[in-house]
Design a protein around this ligand. Structure first.
Ligand code: C2E
Ligand code: CA
Ligand code: CA
Length: 381
């Protein structure tokens, strides 16, 4: 017999309240009674798991178990459960702890260890990363609804003419107590839930509104995340928004970061779907992810946005300049437009012009600005 299988005769005790929690059990055959004192609180059947509580929080058994009939049990080792829990989302972990604690307090009051009352435990869990995150997530949900998530636009300049050619839409969260929260922080949070689809909808809506007020030559780039790319309803809404405002699809360019291209086949499907809708596709932060050459050939980006790190280091380290030169040659040969990100000085701008870059974005050209300033800038430029 499998060494993890254990047999118990009818009425035989499997464990008693207060015993150390060594493993959990899965019922393979027969029935098991869970009891506290004289009272049977549950009778479990084939396929049920029990004894997992103590395994999860490493505390002694708070109930007892005995065989209701002859039973065969499969032992589930502590590691099998705790390793999975360690790998899980901090919010899930925190919730498991709260639920366990609450359940134990219902079963008996005497399980609380000295100085470890239910209240302090739950309070400390509330301080946990997990629940702080849940709080922030709820606040983000309200912020999306009440307009505290703003959209700003950073100019992208034509390197040859020096004139503004378009903008990248970037999100900002104006938190009432914490001030402006960086998208690095809240976009990651939004991406863990479907909130990113709501953020995306806001950005698209506002970008369409801005585009409808700009000259038809100007474009807006939008960052898109995996959950948006997967959501057909989202794209249906975007297309109808653009139709209503009569905006040509090629004026909205979608930025996809290389880190999204982990599953190559999936990325290909996304890109083909967006292309079929007529949106140009930009490879964002190009050069920092796993940008294999095959990806460049078969994903057929329209635009490469070279990551800031290359421009930042182009004069300090010749290797960065060499990479920029090579990327420029490949982009020209493959008929892709090239954008340099993080252009902060005139020297960088002039060198990128010589290298054949089409567009530049960075503080040298302009910082992200609100809609009003976008309209003013393009009126004068
Ligand atoms: P990104 O797409 O690479 O955007 C460029 C970031 O570089 C922006 O930061 C921008 O403010 C900053 N930047 C621009 N020029 C310069 C420069 O000359 N020097 C330096 N040091 N930085 C410059 P930001 O706005 O904090 O955005 C951070 C990231 O958050 C973005 O990186 C983008 O990946 C993501 N993000 C922002 N808004 C959204 C959004 O609405 N949706 C999604 N999915 N992602 C977003
Ligand atoms: Ca971007
Ligand atoms: Ca970028």
């Amino acid at each position: 017999m499998n060494s993890h299988l254990k047999c118990y005769k009818k009425n035989e005790v499997i464990f008693l309240k207060g015993d150390a929690s060594i493993c959990a059990y899965l019922i393979e055959h027969g029935k098991v009674d869970i009891f506290v004192g004289d009272e049977t609180i549950d009778t479990l059947v084939v396929g049920d798991l029990f004894g997992e509580m103590g395994v999860l929080d490493q505390k002694p058994r708070s109930t007892s178990a005995k065989a209701h009939t002859d039973v065969v049990l499969l032992e589930v080792k502590t590691d099998q459960i705790t390793e999975r829990l360690q790998q899980s989302d901090p919010i899930v972990k925190a919730m498991v702890r709260v639920l366990l604690k609450r359940f134990r307090s219902l079963l008996s009051n005497d399980m609380a260890l000295p100085g470890d009352s239910l209240l302090t435990e739950v309070e400390s869990v509330m301080e946990d990363d997990g629940l702080t995150k849940i709080k922030l997530e709820s606040e983000l949900r309200s912020a999306i609804e009440d307009g505290s998530v703003k959209t700003v636009y950073q100019p992208i300049h034509d390197i040859n003419t020096g004139k503004v050619a378009g903008f990248e839409a970037l999100s900002r969260w104006e938190h009432p107590e914490k001030g402006v929260i960086s998208p690095f922080e809240f976009i990651t949070l939004a991406e863990e839930t479907d909130l990113i689809v709501d953020v995306g909808r806001l950005v698209f809506e506002r970008a369409c509104e801005v585009l409808s007020q700009l000259s038809e030559q100007l474009f807006i780039n939008i960052n898109v995340s995996a959950k948006q790319l997967d959501n057909d309803l989202f794209w249906k809404d975007v297309v109808s928004m653009m139709k209503e405002k009569q905006i040509a699809h090629e004026r909205l360019k979608l930025e996809i970061t290389e880190t999204l291209v982990v599953d190559y086949e999936q990325a290909k499907k996304w890109i083909n779907k967006c292309r079929a809708l007529g949106f140009p596709i930009c490879a964002d932060d190009f050069g920092t992810g796993h940008s294999g050459m095959e990806q460049l050939v078969s994903l057929e980006y329209d635009v490469l946005k070279v990551d800031q790190v290359f421009v930042r280091n182009m004069f300090e380290n010749k290797k960065y300049a060499t990479v920029l030169q090579s990327i420029a040659r490949i982009a020209t040969d493959l008929n892709m437009k090239l954008v340099a990100e993080g252009v902060e000085t005139k020297e960088q701008y002039q060198s990128l012009k010589l290298l054949g870059f089409d567009y530049g974005q960075g503080y040298f050209f302009g910082k992200p600005m609100d809609e009003k300033d976008v309209i003013n800038l393009t009126k004068n430029g």
